[in-house]
Design a protein around this ligand. Sequence first.
Ligand code: SF4
Length: 496
Amino acid sequence: MTPAPSKATLHYRNIFTSRTEEELDTIALVKRFMERLVGDQDFRKKLKENHENPNPVVKEYGIDIDLMQALPLWHNQYSKYRFKHEQEQEWPFADAFDRYIDQMRQHRSIIRDQGNMSESYPRFHAWRERQIARSASEIPGNYEAITHPIISFELSQGCSVGCWFCGISAAQFQGFYPYTEENATLWQDMVATVRDLFGEAAHTGFCYWATDPCDNPDYAKFIQDYYRITGYLPQTTTAAPLKNIALTREILALFKHYHCVTNRFSVTTLRQLNLIHQTFTPRELLGVELVAQNKESLSLKAMAGRAIERKKRLQEAGRNDEISKLKGDHATIACVSGFLVNMMKQTVQLVSPTRSCDEWPLGYRIYDERHFNSGEAFKAMLQDMIEQFMPENVPDESILSFRKDLTYIPPEDGKTNTFKLKSPYIEHNCNGMPFMARLGELVSIGQHSAGDVVNQLVLSGQNIRSVNEALQHLYVKGLLNDDPAYNGIATRRQAA
Ligand code: SF4
């Protein structure tokens, strides 16, 4: 029997069922206008030139909407009224759209909470919470966008799209995992394992990574199984929605039937945006977010993977190295804090997002990688990785240091109860206990084990319980080094 829908799914369904068909039509049209506004430079120019009489401009693009009812969404002079009472009174289209977007944002944070495993698997839950805390501090620009799903399945090997900006540098497409009887049996077994081990957190799972769903013609069958087993239809993101339109329509029909989460089409060229708008009606795409990645768009691309390589090449050639029109801190497109499974290679990696850097150019850390050859082996492997890499407390023998992106700053005025950790993006004040300055100093040296640090403080007269609590606090907040590239806590190299 399919499990009951979750709180997140009920919230999502309510966004649609609480509105009339007329309201949904309006929102779909405003959404289409916004997609054109973000993705098309010429359109933006024409709109600016005709801002007093904009409706003929949108009509030219097949969007039949009275833009004067949506002024705060596009006209500079009115943008100050967004989300304000005046907007509700004066510009009903802008108000309808913003209320819809606001509910979608709330849904995103409910999804993050859905990864809560405090009851189903506390050890994995505590590890994921530490990754969330670290991400909030290390990559704050990405915080809202990353929901830290606990698992992702690749149903192909490589990706046929080959985007120049691919933040995870997907390899060339080599083939897909077909839905044969044997494969389907293994797949169903593995999804049931994820449900049984992690409960509702299985709803955060999805079925692509450095792959595109539309490269697998059987994709819809796999996600339908996922729904049947977990009660949740995984989110689909594709940059190839026009490659196999029958498959895309199948995915959209599943969305319409189950209504669990918004899908995404990545738009890589203006031509593709035009074709998508020609092929699908505004209502068909109400449940699809168009992510404008084309060069004319007002987008912010992640500085990771192939985007970094491209920037380097442009710099070396002495050319304009602009990667995207908007500027901001966007350091990774990775989102999973958990398991990355490839069904073709039959591998599992334990991963978590990080700022793209020389050690992790693809924007995620890899703690471990293993092979499985059966459903039982898959289950045992997940449990063993959790046991090995996710200690709930700092192991005594771990050599401690702070995260490499943080600089330790001792107190200036001789205070003993405080120290700071600073990065270009954030500052943490670590204080409270009378021994904090000494604790910070010992950890900053990077040569003492946890047991040694605790002993030194206890020998100087501090209470063992307070010292352990203070150390645990630094651990839980994700401030201690647990990076496999730097011999962090509970990583393979430190254990060796
Ligand atoms: S961004 Fe997505 S679609 Fe583009 S190459 Fe990478 S994995 Fe493929």
